[in-house]
Design a protein around this ligand. Structure first.
Ligand code: C2E
Ligand code: CA
Ligand code: CA
Ligand code: CA
Length: 273
């Protein structure tokens, strides 16, 4: 760009400005949507590997902007970068706890971003929301990725222990998607590990992938970390993951993320007319 003509450099800068403006606009739209409570939460079934009956759901946030869905992979990072997560996180947790009241037999998993974990008020605030909703904290699993545990292990461990003392469970999310060292992560005492979809896929694609998956699940289990496999899309994957020792399965094969109402129908099917 340095050697480009003056006109071109200006054009480039104008583009950058456009980008910034678009981001700004999206930030303001998200801030307004969160303030008005216009964020939806959908629920994806989680089944027991043995029996394939539903035992829980994972809450996933949804935002529709001017009739267009914005993927969580876009608006969650935006919320984290702008502080909007401080309002969005509690909103999602509250919604999910209220929904969970209708499903006393199901566990409920809720994603927590590193930015929330970093907030010193987070553990007390989260425990208060759960208690106000009248949900047994033992039914709640907070899912967190390894990033903050690697960056700031001391602080992360303190927050985790405070939450666990309050009775909620903590799952290590997206295992196998990053550069995770299971040997390092095991010492934190996560209650559960969630195998990322990429590892679920790798497990079926080659002998080595299969061996890696098997060894990972076995090691986790030997440290009392039961394993949920994510991104299960076929019966073959389900059978292999069960064989490896995963006790819970989640993926499109069992159900896509769905509305609160759809989960109610799933666990108590409406009588046929
Ligand atoms: P995640 O926590 O790993 O959630 C699983 C994602 O995989 C979801 O995408 C889900 O719809 C998708 N998925 C589930 N089963 C399958 C499958 O069989 N095949 C495929 N291809 N995909 C499957 P989603 O809802 O788009 O969420 C993406 C990510 O955004 C989540 O990944 C999570 O990191 C983040 N996210 C979503 N909702 C929240 C939230 O409420 N709070 C926070 N902090 N993050 C959230
Ligand atoms: Ca998750
Ligand atoms: Ca995940
Ligand atoms: Ca993910």
């Amino acid at each position: 760009a340095k050697h480009a003509g003056r006109g071109r450099a200006m054009h480039y800068e104008a583009l950058m400005d456009d980008d910034r403006d678009l981001r700004r606009e999206m930030e303001e739209a998200l801030r307004a949507a969160v303030a008005r409570g216009e964020i939806d939460v959908v629920y994806q079934p989680i089944v027991r590997a043995r029996g394939r009956d539903i035992c829980g759901v994972e809450a996933l946030a949804r935002w529709t902007r001017d009739g267009q869905p914005v993927p969580p992979d876009v608006f969650i990072p935006l919320a984290e970068a702008t502080g909007i997560i401080d309002a969005l996180g509690p909103l999602i947790l509250k919604r999910a706890c209220e929904a969970a009241r209708q499903w006393p037999d199901l566990g409920i998993s809720i994603n927590v971003s590193p930015a929330q974990f970093r907030n010193p008020y987070f553990p007390d605030q989260a425990l208060a929301i759960i208690s106000e909703a009248g949900i047994d904290p033992a039914r709640i699993t907070l899912e967190i990725t390894e990033g903050y545990f690697i960056q700031n292990p001391g602080r992360a461990k303190l927050v985790m222990d405070r939450l666990k003392a309050g009775g909620v469970r903590i799952a290590l999310d997206d295992f196998g998607a990053g550069f995770s060292s299971i040997g390092y992560l095991i010492r934190f005492g996560f209650d559960r590990m969630k195998i990322d979809r990429s590892l679920t896929m790798a497990g079926q694609q080659s002998i080595k992938g299969g061996a890696m998956l098997q060894a990972t699940v076995a090691l986790a289990a030997s440290f009392d970390m039961p394993v949920t496999a994510e991104g299960v899309e076929t019966a073959e994957q389900a059978a292999f993951l069960h064989l490896c020792g995963c006790d819970q399965l989640q993926g499109y094969f069992y159900g896509r993320p769905m509305s609160e109402k759809a989960i109610c129908d799933l666990i108590a099917p409406p009588a046929a007319s």
